[in-house]
Design a protein around this ligand. Structure first.
Ligand code: COA
Length: 382
């Protein structure tokens, strides 16, 4: 998490994108049809690159891989379309449909749009920043701010805690955490603390600390197997919390980055304990102190990730696997998970407390203020 001091003022007031419940564990035909109809109602032209991508995903979804002959050199438009379609290679139709829905969803969200219809499966609650569905005995919590790379706002922190509480009690066997669009999550939304309350920076840091403590606690105490489906790059707390998951599946496109010292901050999500335990002190320090970004393959070698899949077959392979796991006896799974966690639960809570205490101090530091200002200044120059 991060914060800015009062000097930053109320600079960035974000409008949350509304829910766009089109996708879950592989988009259904109905969701695909709905995405198509939303496509035609977009107010802004998404630009040629995005339109080509949409075209290619549509063709792949409906016709499968491109097998038609390449248009002639001077037929520029059709050649660009053909190239975009061909670039999808052997991507399965189901995956293309999912990516099509995600892409349209991100465009609709970026325009502040919403769709009233529910996704297939039972939607377990209405959320502003998440898509939560239950299907095939799997509850999926999908971060749904693709235009902001799924950065976690304070609203989203609260919603995730609620979604985890509900998933812990519902009749699903597995709970899956994933992101909409091309990113898994870009970590704490750095605009979270630009509105300073009357009590000043110290009060804000304290409130943020309590929110973080509650957030991490929800993972430590989660009673069922928890699976991360890392669909793209992951940053900050979305990486550190992985040490509290039971399985982590990643696309080969994913990266894992914890730029805490770069931001004048310090580690959270119990990573100061779980990372050295998982990967050894030397590798953990390179990530947590020196901002080393891991590839998916490195994260797998170090034991942070369970398995890496080719991007083209990521969804179909992972969800086939998860559906078969969700058919296992639920009580045996949940009780075994709790048994494994029970040996460490108190320790993890103590680590969470210590990490929060240090972060509350860090959030009021000049180092943190300067680093976050630099992030926004570099964005302003683009
Ligand atoms: N907090 C706030 N806004 C964020 C964000 C974050 N953590 N991550 C991304 N965004 C916003 C960007 O500001 C941008 O907003 P804009 O469209 O209004 O300009 C939008 O999301 C898209 O991000 P962009 O930076 O244009 O995409 P990119 O692919 O070039 O880079 C990241 C993506 C995640 C690498 C980059 O945005 C980044 O470094 N974000 C900060 C990550 C971070 O430090 N998190 C905290 C860790 S402790």
């Amino acid at each position: 998490m991060g914060m800015m001091s009062q000097r930053a003022g109320s600079v960035y007031l974000l409008k949350e994108p509304d829910r766009f419940p089109l996708s879950c564990a592989g988009a259904t035909v109905e969701q695909f049809e709905e995405a198509k109809s939303r496509m035609s109602s977009l107010k802004q032209d998404p630009g040629n690159d995005v339109k080509l991508k949409i075209y290619a995903l549509f063709k792949q979804s409906t016709l499968g891989p491109c097998t038609t002959p390449r248009p002639g050199m001077l037929d520029f438009i059709n050649k660009a379309k053909w190239d975009a379609w061909k670039a999808l290679g052997e991507t399965p139709q189901e995956d293309a449909r999912q990516q099509y829905c995600d892409l349209i969803g991100s465009l609709v969200s970026a325009e502040g749009g919403s769709v009233a219809a529910k996704p297939s499966g039972s939607a377990s609650a209405q959320y502003e920043t998440l898509l939560v569905t239950t299907e095939d005995k799997i509850t999926t919590i999908k971060l749904n701010r693709p235009a902001k790379k799924n950065a976690i706002t304070t609203v989203m922190y609260d919603e995730i805690v609620t979604a985890l509480e509900q998933a812990g009690k519902d009749n699903s066997v597995l709970t899956v955490f994933t992101g909409a669009g091309d990113f898994y999550c870009s970590g704490n939304d750095l605009t979270n603390f630009t509105k300073i309350p009357d009590g000043g920076v110290e009060l804000m840091a304290k409130q943020a600390g309590e929110l973080l403590r509650k957030y991490v606690k929800a993972y430590i105490d989660f009673p069922k197997p928890l699976v991360a489906v890392v669909n793209g790059p992951a940053v900050g707390i979305s990486v550190t919390a992985l040490g509290l998951f039971d399985l982590v599946y990643a696309t080969e496109r994913a990266t894992f980055h914890t730029p805490f010292s770069q931001l004048g901050q310090s580690a959270e999500g119990c990573s100061s304990y779980t990372f050295p335990k998982i990967m050894g002190n030397a590798k953990a320090s390179e990530m947590l102190l020196f901002n080393k970004k891991l590839t998916a393959a490195q994260a797998c070698d170090f034991g942070l990730v369970t398995e890496v899949f080719p991007d083209s077959s990521f969804n179909s392979e992972v969800w086939t696997r998860l559906k078969s796991y969700a058919a296992l006896p639920p009580n045996s799974l949940a009780l075994s998970k709790q048994l494994i966690r029970s040996t460490e639960r108190e320790r993890l809570h103590a680590v969470n407390d210590a990490e929060v205490e240090l972060l509350v101090e860090r959030w009021t530091s000049d180092e943190c203020f300067t680093a976050i200002m630099n992030f926004f200044q570099s964005k302003a120059k683009l």
